[in-house]
Design a protein around this ligand. Sequence first.
Ligand SMILES: [Zn+2]
Ligand SMILES: [Zn+2]
Length: 159
Amino acid sequence: MSTSNNQEKNLTGSCACGSCTYTSTSPATHLDYCYCIQCQRISGAPFIAWMGVPRSTLTFSGPIVHVHLSKIATRGFCEKCGAGLSLQYECYPEKTHVAAGTVVRSDFGIPEVGIHIFVKSRPAWHRIAEDGVPRYEEFDEEFEERFPEVVKELRKLAE
Ligand SMILES: [Zn+2]
Ligand SMILES: [Zn+2]
């Protein structure tokens, strides 16, 4: 006899070529759109939609290259197709950001966008939707309060 929670719920994702995949057994906690210059340059898009996922329930497999574009965060890319999969802030060890565009399936659904960050860096040709969602020139207040040193470091990079 099987019980109703025999079937584990998952959030799964993949790079473009399928070499790198990930699975989380817990839902994403939030979804942010980041318009910072680094997110634009690595994706070729006006922003990256980042989902926060508890790191302890997230596992990656495949040839992932970890790139330190700055001292404060590590980005994970597929070695074969170049897809950007993840962003890990050193100051948020308990949480990993996963690019929402790489999600293949989520039994939990996907959170609605909660904030737009680094709006000051968005490309002039991109119009942000009038969605009523809070917009921040840089980080949101919680981040700025918790990690002032990180914010200072990022401001230097943005110059
Ligand atoms: Zn790939
Ligand atoms: Zn960004």
